[in-house]
Design a protein. Structure first.
Ligand code: F55
Length: 792
């Protein structure tokens, strides 16, 4: 396809789909026309992959996830179909700029954070590798809320990504499932029969996901909840207008909105309904496909690998048993074994409050047959495992982690450290009973989005030096190693980073009206706001540094811009106070004429995938400072390392593996290890001791508590300070001094450009292992037993 072909296709779509002409088209119209033109190419590749799959009838992967944080899709499609030059050319002919058109697309924020973004990277890698797969999830009408600040406080507004025409999905009116809730269980001919009282329709919407070079494409199938019987005309005719629309509204509620909580959605009936809704619809779809291909039911595990992304779809265990046993008459033991042969489960957190539990009462009310089956599964498992102490229920609650573990043939953690801790803590007893079940699959990120599209300058340089094979074989970045001592290469590397920083600074000036100096060290912490991630450790160090600079402004400080971004769960009061504090500190520091040339603080609103794509290539230093043992893996850490931002971080999650690969000299390590964290918590008054030992920390806390950043409301941060000087569960105070020292080491390295750029380039050259292609190959070999197919 030439640029002229693409231009003609764009004009055709503009006329015949959008009904407008170039003289009247808005940027939105052009974006849709370009998307449709690109989509035509994509659909051809999608059909080819689908017909290859139909012919080969291979084992397929089914990735069940409550969240797919896919972000924008147009650029992904253009890059993977290698249409970038044509698109630029075609748009230039039409007087438009590709970047502007691409950025007109709303960000599909159907996820909270790492877990949802991982699912999106996995979908792209599955397509790149050519592994036949479906993603299954929910088509939320409203994704994660839009964040803004009012007087420094987080304000949430609904995000409506679907308010504009969405070019990437196809509604499948022929594919839908009826999903029931409640009702009762009766018996007929010795079989349990569940008649749910309330029914909704799960309607399928398919989005093609294209891999690198368009070699393969898979489907992301998202379910939308629709009423079984739409509008109640009889009621309407009686004048009951609101009541007439009610069944419709109730049904649609299920897929209305993503729960904005990234640790726990516990206890909410609607959330349990969402979980069952999409899981049940997906399993029926999987069984329908299997039965159409005509296999014997016992062979289901040879044809379907069903991956549960955390426990959110864990009801898949009991539901699959129900479909096989109740509805198809398979013996219970066999149904359990067959379901287990298909299912596997990924754990993403060890934090007790994040492990899902549902009250037995709620379960019994909504899913009475599943509650019975959970009891039966528990009995069968107990019989298999004499001496077993674990149960699936406790204190009137159902434990979804235990159900997922029991019903899975493999359970995986997401980094080496996390997997080890899983074996020692949450699943210690189950691991003893099933020592081969837990495996590790360290997370990864897709290099197509996170390097090739997000960082074109770096990508061009890499390709100039080693060719373009790295894009789908990221370990080839090791070939850069030979250039690390070549001053010419390091200059070019430094130039790419510098230009990225300038571009970011220009964007910031235009969008936020803030000027930053691209010379300064860009120190970036972007992720959900959570106590364990310790944004407050970062801001405490910022306050301490500000006080030092103020006391001695002529000491040759390295100019630094601290950049924060991230959303707090709307109900997480402490996290919202941290946001408020950072914004308050930013106001005072940025207005300080003495210190602001050296230290600025920015909190960018509404962090999302697109903002990450802009920020990461411009970052110098990557903040990965969680309390050791708390961050299961992290994936932002990998994106920064690949894009040449060394980490300042703890030995937590995948940081450990990043440091092993990039080398200890190229990583600013600080803080306690997971084992030391446990020991430190046992020290009485650990926070107070740490404060006494470091006057910088004491001074910073004092400034905050005396209202230095909230002069009109001096006690605003009383709660935050009390937490830090009191229990300090996440050991902010105890790690402060080590963090301070690591920051000074980072500064000293940054002050020597030769040292710094070599360090940054080392991070790029040695991070190729963190491709999600490698992760997916791990799942294929260790868990799914699937192999790639090739399309015509
Ligand atoms: C969302 C909803 C609920 Cl109810 C619970 C958790 C979440 C969620 O978003 N979790 C999440 O993002 N976990 C993260 O998963 C990443 C991918 O494995 C890890 O890298 C990260 O460490 C972990 O916190």
């Amino acid at each position: 396809m030439t640029a002229a072909d693409l231009r003609d296709a764009i004009l055709r779509h503009l006329a015949y789909e959008l009904g407008t002409d170039p003289g009247h088209a808005t940027l939105h119209d052009w974006r849709i026309a370009l998307s449709l033109a690109v989509r035509d190419r994509l659909v051809d590749r999608w059909f080819a992959a689908n017909s290859a799959t139909r012919a080969a009838q291979p084992k397929r992967v089914y990735y069940l996830s409550m969240e797919f944080l896919i972000g924008r899709l147009l650029e992904d499609a253009i890059v993977n179909l290698r249409l970038e030059d044509q698109a630029r050319g075609a748009l230039a002919d039409l007087g438009l700029e590709l970047d502007a058109v691409v950025q007109n697309e709303p960000d599909a924020a159907l996820g909270n954070g790492g877990l949802g973004r991982l699912a999106a990277c996995f979908m792209e890698s599955l397509a790149t590798i050519g592994c036949p797969a479906f993603g299954y999830g929910i088509r939320y009408e409203n994704g994660l809320f839009r964040q803004s600040f009012q007087d420094g406080r987080q304000v949430e507004e609904p995000e409506d990504w679907l308010s504009q025409f969405h070019a990437w999905e196809f509604e499948r009116r022929d594919v839908s499932q009826e999903i029931r809730f409640g009702g009762e269980v009766t018996e007929k001919d010795g079989r349990a029969v569940w008649t749910g009282a309330e029914a909704v329709i799960a309607a399928a919407f398919d989005t093609p996901i294209i891999g690198w070079k368009g070699r393969w494409a898979n489907t992301l199938r998202l379910w939308s909840a629709q009423p079984l019987h739409g509008f109640d005309l009889a009621r309407f005719n009686r004048g009951e207008y609101a009541a007439a629309a009610e069944p419709e509204a109730t049904a649609r509620t299920i897929s209305r909105v993503l729960y904005p909580d990234d640790t726990t959605g516990q206890g909410k009936e609607l959330r349990l309904k969402q979980e069952y809704f999409f899981t049940a619809a997906s399993l029926r779809d999987i069984l329908r496909r299997f039965e159409e291909e005509g296999g014997a039911l016992a062979d289901l595990p040879k044809k379907a690998a069903i991956q549960l992304n955390d426990t959110h779809p864990a009801i898949a265990g009991p539901e699959l048993v129900r479909l096989l046993h109740d509805e198809r008459g398979m013996a219970l033991d066999e149904a359990i074994a067959t379901a287990r042969g298909c299912l596997s489960y990924t754990n993403h957190t060890l934090m007790p409050e994040a492990l899902e539990r549902w009250s037995e009462d709620l379960m019994t009310r909504l899913l009475p047959r599943h509650m019975q089956l959970i009891e039966r599964i528990d009995e069968v498992h107990a019989a298999e495992m004499p001496g077993r102490r674990v149960t699936l229920r406790e204190h009137g609650e159902v434990k979804m982690g235990e159900i997922a573990f029991t019903m899975a043939h493999k359970v995986n953690g997401v980094s080496a450290l996390h997997t080890d801790l899983m074996k020692e803590t949450v699943f210690a007893e189950l691991h003893r009973l099933h020592p081969d079940r837990i495996v590790n699959e360290t997370n990864g990120v897709t290099p197509r989005r996170w390097v090739l599209s997000a960082n074109p300058r770096l990508s061009r340089l890499i390709t100039d030096v080693i060719g373009e094979g790295w894009v789908d074989d990221l370990e080839q970045l090791h070939q850069l190693e030979a250039s690390l001592s070549d001053p010419g290469f390091l200059d070019a590397y430094a130039k790419a980073k510098r230009e990225n920083k300038e571009e970011f600074a220009d964007w910031l000036a235009a969008e936020q009206g803030v000027r930053v100096d691209p010379e300064a060290l860009f120190d970036v912490q972007i992720k959900r706001i959570h106590e364990y991630k310790r944004q407050h450790l970062n801001i405490l160090e910022t306050v301490a540094l500000w006080r030092e600079i103020k006391a001695n402004p002529g000491a040759g400080w390295v100019p630094r811009v601290k950049i924060f971004a991230g959303k707090a769960a709307p109900g997480y009061v402490f996290a919202k106070e941290i946001i408020h504090l950072i914004n308050d500190v930013a106001s005072v520091l940025n207005a300080d004429p003495v210190t602001s040339p050296y230290l600025k603080v920015l909190f960018l609103p509404n962090y999302n995938v697109s903002l990450a794509e802009r920020l990461i290539p411009a970052a110098d230093l990557s903040e990965q400072i969680s309390t050791a043992g708390k961050e299961a893996s992290g994936t932002g850490n990998m994106k920064f390392a690949l894009n040449g931002a060394p980490t300042i971080g703890t030995l937590d999650g995948a940081n450990v593996e990043i440091r092993e690969r990039v080398g200890a000299r190229n990583f600013f390590l600080f803080g306690m290890t997971a084992a030391e964290v446990e020991a430190r918590r046992a020290v009485p008054d650990h926070a107070r001791l740490a404060i006494q030992a470091d006057p910088r920390l004491g001074g910073a806390l004092k400034a905050i508590s005396q209202g230095a950043f909230s002069p009109k409301d001096r006690h605003r941060y009383r709660g935050v300070v009390a937490n830090l000087t009191g229990q300090d569960y996440f050991l902010v105070c105890s790690d402060f001094t080590a963090y301070w020292d690591a920051q000074r080491r980072a500064e000293a390295a940054y002050a020597d450009p030769e040292v710094w750029h070599r360090m940054a380039a080392c991070n790029t050259a040695r991070s190729g292992w963190f491709s999600s292609d490698r992760t997916i190959r791990g799942y294929m070999g260790d868990i799914w037993g699937t192999v790639p197919l090739v399309a015509e």
